[in-house]
Design a protein around this ligand. Structure first.
Ligand SMILES: NC(=O)c1ccc[n+]([C@@H]2O[C@H](COP(=O)([O-])OP(=O)(O)OC[C@H]3O[C@@H](n4cnc5c(N)ncnc54)[C@H](O)[C@@H]3O)[C@@H](O)[C@H]2O)c1
Length: 256
């Protein structure tokens, strides 16, 4: 077991990548503190871990609220006594170009995707330092390194997470390692409004000819959270089936 005896705080644990990561980390021996605004989904994740003889608690947390984040970290320390891993993963965002989104939409996206990660690190880092070690795994996006229409606030937030990763890595090495995953197209709750046709079209844009599954990302989160990546910090790993690695002109898409 790669995470035996570790305590992991995971945000966005009610669904998609966060849930899959929580289940995988628990199978690898970690105790899980599942954070999400979605109480039903969060409790389902915790129940599934419990049914498999794992140990997990759910703390309903709106990541926009500073006091709720602080309480969640306190709940983790009160229940399990320490924290070894933070997987900052939750996201929610408004679509639109710079001229389309409102000030409120910008703030909400940046709060949940970027500022909450900084607030969580402020909560867990002192506990990790006093314990002598810890790992932080952030879920970014290939949109941090590639432009994509209509995603201004999300891309700004994800780009910020990349810089935050390097900054945290520089400040807290060698005790704490900090790395980011850049997923491509992964079928999760965020895809609810994407039609089957569009899903297939996106899959065919990937050299690996399929969309990602939450477990594809969870496995990389496990690698970054565990000692398997012990010589990595301040890095990012693209996990996108090759999507961002190629130039695929329109005519090539229709010919093949
Ligand atoms: N699915 C993709 O194609 C894709 C691609 C690149 C990056 N990502 C990233 O992966 C991460 C996980 O997303 P996912 O695809 O699993 O989506 P998801 O919708 O399944 O999960 C996101 C979770 O965040 C939670 N959340 C939203 N707002 C919150 C708030 N204010 N407080 C607490 N929790 C909140 C939601 O309830 C949900 O459980 C995100 O950071 C996302 O940006 C996803």
């Amino acid at each position: 077991m790669l995470l035996s005896g570790k305590v992991a705080v995971i945000t966005g644990a009610a669904s998609g990548i966060g849930r899959e990561t929580a289940l995988l980390f628990a199978r690898e021996g970690a105790k899980i503190v599942a954070l999400d605004i979605n109480e039903t989904g969060g409790r389902e994740t915790v129940a599934e871990i419990g049914n498999a003889s794992g140990d997990a608690i759910f703390v309903k947390t709106n990541l926009r609220h500073k006091d709720e984040i602080e309480s969640a970290v306190q709940a983790c320390l009160a229940h399990f006594g320490h924290v070894d891993i933070l997987h900052s993963n939750a996201a929610s965002y408004a679509l639109g170009s710079a001229t389309e989104i409102s000030e409120d939409e910008w703030d909400r996206t940046l709060d949940i995707c970027l500022k909450a990660t900084w607030r969580l690190t402020r909560g867990v880092i002192p506990a990790m330092l006093s314990r002598g070690g810890g790992t932080i795994v952030i879920t970014g996006s290939v949109q941090a390194i590639r432009g994509y229409r209509g995603h201004t606030a999300y891309q700004a937030a994800k780009g910020g997470l990349l810089s935050l990763t390097r900054s945290l890595a520089a400040d807290f090495a060698p005790t704490i390692r900090v790395n980011t995953i850049l997923p491509g197209a992964v079928v999760t709750g965020l895809w609810d409004k994407i039609s089957e046709n569009d899903r297939e079209r996106i899959a065919q844009m990937c050299p690996l000819r399929r969309n990602g599954r939450p477990e594809d990302i969870a496995q990389v989160a496990l690698f970054l959270a565990s000692d398997m990546s012990s010589y990595m910090t301040g890095s990012c790993l693209v996990v996108d089936g090759g999507l961002s690695s190629i130039i695929q002109p329109q005519w090539e898409q229709t010919e093949r």
